[in-house]
Write a protein that binds this ligand. Structure first.
Ligand SMILES: Cc1cc2nc3c(=O)[nH]c(=O)nc-3n(C[C@H](O)[C@H](O)[C@H](O)COP(=O)(O)OP(=O)(O)OC[C@H]3O[C@@H](n4cnc5c(N)ncnc54)[C@H](O)[C@@H]3O)c2cc1C
Ligand code: FES
Length: 276
């Protein structure tokens, strides 16, 4: 049954905590009955007595029993979340905001480019795409992290996902490796965007990561011939209500919680604080 009061959180049980990297954990929660989200939308998670923060689910929208968020520890609420053990009770509001428009991706080559915890929404999107792989052409997933240790979803990125289907190809890179343990490419994620073997004119690109990474990736995609309306960006801003009421999440004339968090570059390219 739909919830009447969008400020009233569901009470959900934390089922599992997975340590992905030194600063990022994935939290698996029991999904409330009839709870559905779409890849790209976000939820507000509350740690009782500590605070509430927005996160994009990283699990597949087709999983109805649980949902997952992958969270970087950066401040009070995320620190409180990182200290929790399975069995804890969390507040969950949402889902809110706009999803990735998969109907516009049908029949196209799809490029996903993610860095750090920005891989979280892309994991959810990737799992949605492979769920209906026959609808899409080639899928290229370019993933970057600062060091090999900082990579999240290691098991999936290195073992499972590359074997899904010949249409799917992963490219991984790290900014640096101090102990020589990394045998793959070294360099920022934009370096993985050369020789993509995609039909750019019939392709969409989806980017998520730190602002500086999103900026240089977008510029590289434009150089490669992607049109601004075919580049999708997941934007983050400080949020309070998540519902379009408080105006905390302004991005120029847009509210990220309501008009986003998924925007095309065309929609926001003229906003001066786009990469802030
Ligand atoms: C739509 C959306 C989806 C998000 N999805 C994820 C996700 O999947 N995983 C994840 O780890 N994080 C995600 N975030 C960011 C996450 O919400 C913030 O890291 C979190 O709110 C920080 O809360 P805190 O109380 O721990 O930190 P605070 O004490 O509030 O802040 C710590 C530091 O982080 C900065 N900060 C806080 N919120 C943001 C923000 N939204 N953007 C930029 N800087 C911020 C503050 O300025 C401060 O410097 C998302 C944000 C949005 C808006
Ligand atoms: S968070 Fe309140 S208007 Fe967007």
């Amino acid at each position: 049954m739909a919830k009447i009061n969008p400020y009233q959180p569901y009470q959900v049980e934390l089922l599992k905590v997975t340590e992905e990297s030194p600063s990022i954990k994935t939290f698996t929660m029991a999904a409330p009955p009839n709870f559905h989200f779409l890849a790209g939308q976000f939820v507000e998670i509350a740690v009782p007595g500590k605070g509430e923060a927005p996160f994009t689910p990283s699990s597949s929208p087709y999983e109805t029993n649980y949902l997952e968020v992958s969270v970087a520890k950066v401040g009070a609420t995320t620190e409180a979340l990182h200290s929790l053990q399975p069995g804890a009770i969390l507040g969950l509001r949402g889902p809110f905001g706009k999803d990735y428009p998969l109907e516009k991706f049908t029949g196209k080559d799809i490029l996903l480019v993610g860095g750090g915890v920005g891989l979280a929404p892309l994991r959810s999107l990737f799992l949605s795409l492979v769920h209906e792989l026959h609808l899409f052409n080639k899928i290229r997933f370019c993933c970057g992290s600062r060091t090999p240790d900082d990579f999240i979803y290691k098991e999936h990125v290195f073992d499972h996902w590359p074997k899904i289907d010949p249409k799917v190809c992963l490219r991984v890179t790290v900014d640096r490796c101090d102990d020589g343990c990394w045998k793959g490419p070294i360099g920022v994620v934009t370096k993985t965007l050369d020789n993509l073997d995609l039909e750019i004119k019939n392709s969409v690109a989806v980017v998520c990561g730190p602002p500086i990474m999103m900026k240089f990736t977008t510029f590289k995609l434009l150089e490669l011939g992607y049109r601004p309306e075919n580049i999708y960006l997941s934007m983050e801003r400080m949020m309070v209500c998540g519902l379009g009421h408080c105006q905390h999440c302004g991005l120029g004339k847009h509210l990220v919680c309501k008009d986003g968090p998924v925007f095309t570059y065309q929609e926001i390219k003229d906003e001066p604080e786009i990469w802030a």
